[in-house]
Design a protein around this ligand. Structure first.
Ligand code: DQA
Length: 148
């Protein structure tokens, strides 16, 4: 199977941005981790894409229909605001696992809602960058089960 790993705003600044919360590894490190995990799990292709723009993320989700079997998605701050991203995920119906690097439940009140969660098969929270590998494993298991 194939997967799209989609990252929202400010995740291009991993390693620089609030390292106490998000760690010192960079976005490039994340891409390498994801590519390795994808290979190890038996994905034929795992593509990474990051944008700071909500509409661009909507476009990518729409393009995933018929292109990727699943999505691993960290919508970053848009998690807590974006009905458009929720609607896009519901519109395409591509199986999606939500991921957050930090321990969101332990953080500010305004981070306690996730609009996208309703459209996701599972959520991985607070496991650092390794959470993306975990999310890919959950996605792979889901896709294997669906294939029967
Ligand atoms: C985040 C958590 C969000 O609240 C925050 O806005 C982010 C990153 C995470 O991965 O922990 O940008 O999604």
């Amino acid at each position: 199977p194939t997967a799209l790993v989609l990252n929202g705003p400010n995740l291009n600044l991993l390693g620089v941005r609030e390292p106490d919360i998000y760690g010192r590894e960079t976005y490039d490190d994340l891409v390498h981790l994801v590519e390795r995990a994808g290979r190890d799990l038996g994905f034929s292709k795992v593509a990474c894409f990051q944008s700071n723009h909500e509409g661009v993320l909507v476009d990518r989700i729409q393009q995933a229909l018929g292109t990727y079997d699943g999505i691993v998605f960290n919508p970053a701050a848009y998690t807590h605001t974006s009905i458009a991203l929720l609607d896009a995920l519901k519109a395409v119906g591509v199986p999606t696992v939500e991921v957050h690097i930090s321990d969101v439940p332990a953080r500010e009140a305004f981070r306690q809602v996730s609009y996208v969660r309703d459209a996701c098969i599972d959520t991985v929270i607070g496991e650092g960058l390794e959470g993306y590998a975990h999310a890919l494993a959950i996605l792979k298991q889901h896709l294997d089960k669906k294939k029967g």
